[in-house]
Design a protein around this ligand. Structure first.
Ligand code: CO8
Length: 258
């Protein structure tokens, strides 16, 4: 009943589960996926009933990259004039929490899409890589920028220059993956994490995401000041009063997002 060609949507309480669904192409990201994903995220952004998102693929592949068959015939002036791939920044700009649940291949644009999410929960079968170099190109939606921030220069260079894949364990050790969970528990754990996040005061959740996301873009001094201002502003909310009163009274808080 989903109106989308490349996505399957499932509501789990206040969490929207988005499944990439192009099994014939290992969920390769073509322009339809981009258009549909932006439409869904934009709807999630405005829907007050959606408080967190989980993005996943299939057991075999989160996404095996940009769609090579779609890209093959493109030439420079065409993709430069349309600013090819610029649309993906809308995914990175999604303001509510979004968790990537990764099983199988997360390659090229697939790895980059996972890195646009706030954190990655992976099954032991997950394989991350930036194989663009093997195609005569380089990563184009953040691979050279987000990967180095996640795993440091040594591994970012290694992955982007050799095109090799790293497994879930290496990715977790390197800081790319937040948790590894058994394949049959992957979605359950990602949905539980998203559900937990959804239960907290939304202003605090959004500000936590905004503060952490800004870290890469400013100096430490500016970042600390930004964090402190956001922190201070939360004392203008009823939820701060409620959260602290509930703690002291040893009861569950009833947050109102105000
Ligand atoms: N694009 C299009 N089709 C793909 C892609 C892809 N990236 N990956 C797999 N497929 C297709 C295969 O062509 C195949 O189709 P068919 O049955 O019609 O031949 C089907 O999916 C199944 O794939 P395989 O038979 O190859 O499956 P294997 O299990 O043997 O191998 C691999 C799995 C190792 C993942 C292999 O498919 C592979 O190497 N895929 C390409 C990976 C790759 O190079 N990805 C990087 C693409 S470049 C990129 O992402 C640029 C980033 C810029 C951002 C763009 C964002 C939109």
């Amino acid at each position: 009943e989903t109106p989308f060609e490349t996505l399957i949507l499932e509501r789990h309480g206040q969490v929207m589960l988005i499944r990439l669904n192009r099994p014939e192409a290992l969920n390769a990201l073509n322009s339809t996926v981009l258009t549909e994903l932006i439409a869904v995220l934009s709807a999630c952004q405005t829907d007050p009933e959606v408080r967190a998102v989980v993005l996943t693929g299939s057991e075999k592949a989160f996404a095996a990259g940009a769609d090579v068959k779609e890209m093959q015939a493109l030439d420079f002036t065409t993709i430069y004039r349309q600013d090819f791939l610029a649309g993906w920044s809308e995914v990175a700009g999604f303001r509510k929490p979004i968790i990537a649940a990764v099983s199988g291949f997360a390659l090229g644009g697939g790895a980059e899409l996972a890195m646009m999410c706030d954190f990655i929960i992976a099954s032991p079968t997950a394989k991350f890589g930036q194989p663009e170099i093997t195609l005569g190109i380089i990563p184009g939606m953040g691979g050279t920028q987000r990967l180095i921030r996640a795993v440091g220069k040594a591994k970012a260079m290694d992955l982007c220059l050799t095109g090799r894949m790293m497994d879930a364990e290496e990715a977790e050790r390197a800081g790319l993956v937040a948790r590894i969970v058994q394949p049959e528990k992957l979605l359950e754990e990602a949905l539980a994490a998203a559900g937990k996040i959804a239960s907290f005061s939304q202003p605090a959740v959004l500000m936590a995401k905004e503060a952490i996301s800004s870290a890469a873009e400013q100096t430490l001094a500016e970042g600390l000041r930004f964090e402190r201002r956001l922190f201070q502003s939360l004392f203008a909310t009823e939820d701060q009063k409620e959260g602290m009163a509930a703690f002291i009274e040893k009861r569950k808080p009833a947050f109102k997002d105000r």
